[in-house]
Design a protein around this ligand. Structure first.
Ligand code: SF4
Length: 252
């Protein structure tokens, strides 16, 4: 960790969260950039909230390492949006891929693991790659909103990530879906066309379907299963993922 990150103990983070609670998202991002860049990342799933943060990072030229967990089973529309966002904001959205290709995963765990054990699939294709990225960072940005799931209801705008141990910024924590779409329309932000086809929440193609009028916006994620989170934002019931010290097995 850098000196700036070490200096921010949990009491300091709580105080910062209080100070920034009513601040606009760009102010929270600027605060984070001033303290944590270049060890500040933004893990985006390229949902509409992520597009809003990319718009802010891109237009204000903030020094944030933007990356996507490319599970290799994203929608074609998502891959196309990825290219549109890079072109529109002249930035790179870095691909972070799992250790196992889809073929290697099928050999090791059987085909279509997402149908039989989606938690294991998410652990391989999302959580482990994010943990490896977190080991390189002092802070990461997420695009979650408090009103999305019960797990997210207590998110602070600045907090210690209980899973990875680094600082987590949630600049859109207090925003509503209406706030997000107002920003998109005001600033003509590119977004996934699937959002206009009944997909309010978009993840991997095998695990995402459309929702009916009046359904929970995340009802199309892992439909028919108890699972509601991929494991990136849930408060862990088990011990946090161990983060190796910088320089020890760190990705180059
Ligand atoms: S969302 Fe589905 S396909 Fe994607 S990593 Fe999780 S279980 Fe696998």
């Amino acid at each position: 960790m850098t000196a700036a990150a070490v200096a921010l103990d949990d009491a300091a983070l709580a105080a910062a969260a209080d100070d920034l609670e009513a601040a606009p998202p760009e102010a929270i991002l600027r605060w984070a950039a001033a303290r944590f860049a270049p060890r500040l990342g933004f893990a985006t799933g390229l949902g509409v909230e992520g597009c809003v943060l990319i718009d802010l990072i891109g237009r204000h030229r903030l020094p944030v390492d933007v990356f996507t967990l490319d599970t290799s089973v994203l929608f074609d529309e998502t891959y196309a949006l990825w290219e549109r966002l890079e072109a529109r904001y002249d930035l790179t959205i870095r691909a972070v891929r799992p250790a196992l290709t889809l073929d290697a995963q099928a050999v090791a765990h059987g085909p279509a693991l997402w149908q039989r054990d989606p938690d294991a699939c998410c652990a391989i294709r999302k959580v482990a790659p994010l943990a490896a990225e977190a080991a390189r960072l002092d802070a990461w940005v997420s695009a979650i909103r408090r009103d999305q799931t019960p797990d997210r209801a207590d998110a602070r705008v600045v907090e210690r990530d209980p899973r990875f141990g680094i600082v987590k910024l949630n600049p859109l924590a207090r925003w509503t879906s209406r706030d997000v779409w107002r920003h998109v329309l005001t600033h003509d932000v590119p977004y996934n066309p699937l959002h206009d086809q009944g997909y309010p929440s978009i993840g991997c193609a095998p695990c995402t379907g459309p929702v009916a009028e009046g359904e929970d916006p995340r009802a199309g994620r892992w439909r028919g299963q108890a699972k509601t989170e991929c494991g990136l934002h849930a408060r862990p019931a088990v011990a946090p993922v161990a983060i190796r010290p910088r320089g020890e097995g760190e990705a180059s």
